[in-house]
Write a protein that binds this ligand. Sequence first.
Ligand SMILES: [Mn+2]
Length: 245
Amino acid sequence: MFSLFRSRPPKNKPMLPEGVRIFAMSDIHGCAHLLEQMLRVIDADIANSRPGYAIEVFMGDYIDRGPDTRSTLDILVERSRRGNAVFLKGNHEAFLVRVFEEPSLFEDWIRIGGAQTLMSYGLAPPDLKRDDPVSILRDLIRAMPGEHLEFLDDLRLSYTCGDFFFVHAGVRPGVALAEQRESDLLWIREEFLRSQEQFGKYIVHGHTPVRTAEILANRVNIDTGAYATGNLTLMSIQGSRMLAV
Ligand SMILES: [Mn+2]
């Protein structure tokens, strides 16, 4: 079911600990139907080949842009009850939490796909000339299940396992992984994407869409722009073998 990518694989192969298989996904952006499909792929893969430890790493940008943020968060909250999933923060989650505190950023949020999130919770698309951001945001918080708000508050910035470092956007070259700033981990693009540096760990990230998963010597990008392309990439890693579907 998985296809093997051999673009420019790392020379000193990064490894996961013995028996661990990681399933990673990024930038779901409200594409609940694609998320469900991929969770079925994971469940079938685990049933077929029974890894010692299966860990699911969701790499942020669950909300905005795509059609169904509400169902996406429902599914992820449900999945979290299995106890083997890690949920990272994306810039979209960080931004929405900030908009709740600073309603003056409301228009910026709408510009990056916030209207789709409002609609998924049953609210009308906003009329920016007429509507009051404070009251829309109050309605949104009222419409969101408490578990969704807790989910947004509980996200972590990175996850390390073996030689792999999972993060939403990337890391700043020249800065140790332990010293990275949140704004870089969630937002960085060019400086990171251009860098040939070995970052101390092999970086698994999303945030900047590519046509197909891009496996390079120092990092892999698994954001294939699901909300625009209908293609949500699932990366499976065991030992030093990386497979993308
Ligand atoms: Mn992002």
